[in-house]
Design a protein around this ligand. Structure first.
Ligand code: IPM
Ligand code: MN
Length: 362
């Protein structure tokens, strides 16, 4: 029996998780998959209920599961700059760190049927296939941070620190992944300024010696942000730090048309992983049926593929999403005049129906 921890979180999290669970339920029944799932609280909802963004008990359950499916966390209700006050985002960082999920995979795929909803031109986009590989448990997100004051006044700092072993393991995964893709790694840093980036670059070069068949180039992060818009086809695997990966992956999301489409997987050395959309909790559209559940549904597909070894079922989900988009169904974020506007719920049902059709023919 495989166990999945489901953490819907805040904002649109619970709505889009519901759509993913519909699909999981259908596939479990259809293929007699031995999958159990259990819900847990994370983020603002956990702060409201227990005063902390995630309970240790929930973390333990995540550690003992085969995979975690997460919605999104955060919202204006819990926004605070007050030191010592719990923040929903702390829970996300805690799960990533406590589960040692150091590798964050953010694939960017172009849907032919959606090219028109991107702000970029078709000729720039067609053929783009990028994997942003973001280091997820180190760097400035987890370095020492402090607020204090001296004779010049109040100050604050956050430290970007990387250990060799942290760079090594993510670089190794980058080269391995490139091997089964287009064979190219672009390592992104700011080595003209940051010492941590100079170490990063040195280690990536060292690890590259084990993978000489893979093409490696280095690019500064500022240039990368420009190149992604100028000519995104030049990229295959973008290997980068926690902070740069966070920023660049929002940019790559826009290449695909909408941030509502992109799933992500956060993995450690074994098959345990956490799967979540790369978008946030979008509290402004919560409860209105406007949220796009596709990123969440594709996160479920990644979960089945990477943590449960169910590639067939993952393929089916991805194919069903393709077909529904090709048929012209759109949630508000990707809507165009000549298309059919549907709600969160409708989109989930349409994808389930498409999955049923695919299964009938299988
Ligand atoms: C992401 C998000 C998170 C991050 C936030 C919500 C903490 O932006 O997963 O990209 O910065 O890592
Ligand atoms: Mn982000």
């Amino acid at each position: 029996m495989k166990n999945i921890m489901v953490l819907p979180g805040d904002g649109i999290g619970p709505e889009i998780i519901n759509e993913a669970i519909k699909i999981l339920d259908f596939l479990t029944l259809r293929y007699d998959l031995k999958i159990n799932y259990e819900y847990g609280d994370i983020g603002g909802i956990a702060i409201d209920k227990y005063g902390i963004p995630i309970k240790d008990e929930t973390i333990e359950k995540c550690k003992n599961s085969n995979a975690v499916l997460l919605g999104a966390v955060g919202g204006p209700k819990w926004d605070t700059t007050l030191p010592g006050k719990p923040r929903p985002e702390d829970a996300l960082l805690k799960v990533r760190k406590d589960l040692d999920l150091f590798a964050n995979l953010r694939p960017v795929k172009i849907y032919k049927s959606l090219i028109s909803s991107s702000t970029l031109k078709e000729e720039v986009l067609s053929g783009v296939d990028i994997l942003v590989l973001r280091e997820l448990t180190g760097g400035i997100y987890f370095g020492e941070k402090k607020r204090s004051s001296d004779e010049k006044g109040e100050y604050a700092y956050d430290i970007e620190k990387y250990y060799t072993y942290e760079v090594e393991r993510i670089a190794r995964l980058g080269f391995k992944t490139a091997k089964i893709r287009k064979g190219k790694v672009t390592s992104v840093d700011k080595a003209n300024i940051l010492e941590s980036s100079r170490l990063w670059r040195e280690i990536v070069n060292n690890v590259h010696k084990e993978y000489e068949d893979i093409e490696l180039n280095h690019m500064y992060v500022d240039n990368t942000s420009m190149q992604l818009i100028r000519n995104p086809k030049q990229f295959d695997v973008i290997l980068t730090s926690n902070m740069f990966g966070d920023i660049l992956s929002d940019e790559t999301a826009m290449i695909s048309g909408s941030i509502g489409l992109l799933p992500s997987a956060s993995l450690r050395e074994d098959s345990l992983g956490m799967y979540e959309p790369i978008h946030g909790s979008a509290p402004d559209i919560q409860g209105q049926g406007k949220a796009n559940p596709i990123a969440q549904i594709l996160s479920l597909a990644m979960l089945l593929r990477y943590s449960l070894n169910l590639a067939l079922q993952a393929d089916i989900i991805e194919k069903a999403v393709d077909t529904v988009l090709e048929k012209g169904y759109r949630t508000a974020d990707i809507y165009d005049d000549d298309k059919k506007l549907v709600s969160t719920n409708d989109m989930g049902n349409l994808i389930v129906n498409e999955i049923k059709i695919i299964c009938l023919n299988n």
